[in-house]
Design a protein around this ligand. Sequence first.
Ligand SMILES: Cc1cc2nc3c(=O)[nH]c(=O)nc-3n(C[C@H](O)[C@H](O)[C@H](O)COP(=O)(O)OP(=O)(O)OC[C@H]3O[C@@H](n4cnc5c(N)ncnc54)[C@H](O)[C@@H]3O)c2cc1C
Length: 307
Amino acid sequence: MIGRESTDVVVVGGGPAGLSAALVLGRMRRWVLVLDTGAPANAVSKRVHGFLSRDGTPPAEVRAAGREQLLPYGSVDCRSVSARSARRLADGRFEVGLEDGTEVVARRLLLAHGMRYGLPDLGGLAELWGRRVFHCPYCHGWEVRDQPLGVYGRGSRAAHQALMLGSLSNDVVLLSDGDFDLTNEERERLERAGVDLYDHRVERVEEDGEELSVVFAGRPPLVRHALFIQPVLSLVSELAGSLGAALTDKGTIETDEAGKTTVPGMYAAGDAGATVQSVAVATGTGARAAYAINAELALEDAASPSR
Ligand SMILES: Cc1cc2nc3c(=O)[nH]c(=O)nc-3n(C[C@H](O)[C@H](O)[C@H](O)COP(=O)(O)OP(=O)(O)OC[C@H]3O[C@@H](n4cnc5c(N)ncnc54)[C@H](O)[C@@H]3O)c2cc1C
C-alpha cells in the first residue's frame, strides 16, 4: 500500500474511532490508509473505563489490540505519520499531504483525529490531570465513589456534573471560584441534591498524599479525593477548517447521524465528530461512518465499474 498514489479512504487518526472504521472498511476489501501521530488525549489516563470487554484496560493496550486486529486485512495500512494538509480536488476526491512529504489521493476522507481537552487555568491542575483531576463521571466516577469530591467550574456544565456525581458520593462540593453563574432553578436543584456551593477564590490545587487539597485565598484548604472539571474542547487539527467544514457550538465537526460532514465526501467520527466523548461512542461512530462510506463507494463503483 505504501507508495500507492491513491486509495479508497484516508483515515486521519488511529484511536478507537479511526481503527474501528478501518476494521469495517478492511473487511469490505476497501483500500484504507490510517494515519496516526500516536498522541491521544487520554494518554495521561491509567485506564479506560466503561468500554465493554476492555473495562479497566490501559489506553495504549486498547489501541494496540485494535491495531493487531487489523493485521489480517491486507488492504488496511497504518502509518505513524501526521496528515498535515488536505484539499478537495475537482473530481471530488481528496489530496492529503503527509508530514513525510508524500501525498495520497483518496475517494473519501474520514477525520478521526480526536479533540484537545483544554484545562482551566488553575495552578497545579495540569500536574494532577488524569490522576486526581478528571472530566467524566462515567469514566472515572466509580473509582472515587463514596469519597469527598469537588467540581471546579461555573454555570450549567458544572452544575450538571455535580448532579451526575450525586449517585456516587453524598459529599460533593461545587467550587465556582467566584460567581456561580447559575439560574435560581439550577441553584435550588443543587441544594436539594445536597451539593455544597463554595464561591471562595481558589488559588491552586495541590497533591496531598492520596488526596487533593484545594487552596483558597485567606481560608483553610479543602481536602477532596478527586476534582472534576469541564475542559474546553478544540480541534487538534486544522484539516476540517481548511476544507470549510461547519463546526458545532461545542467546537466539534458538524455531522449527520452517519458521520457525514458539510463537505461532500468527508466524514468525521469519534471525539472530533460526536456529541459525546467516550471510547464506546468513538468506536460506534467510527463503524457507523465506515458503513456509510462503503455504501457510497459501492454505489460509485456500480455507476462506473472501470474505477
Ligand atoms: C484524560 C482522559 C481520560 C479519559 N477516560 C476515558 C474513559 O475512561 N472511558 C471512556 O470511554 N473515555 C474516556 N476518555 C475519552 C476518550 O479517550 C475519547 O472519547 C476517545 O479516545 C476518542 O477516540 P478518538 O478515536 O476519537 O480520538 P483519540 O483517541 O484522541 O485518537 C485520535 C488519534 O489521532 C491522532 N491524530 C491527531 N491529529 C492527527 C493528524 N493530523 N494526523 C494523524 N494523526 C492525528 C492522535 O495522535 C490520536 O492518536 C478520556 C479522555 C481523556 C482526555
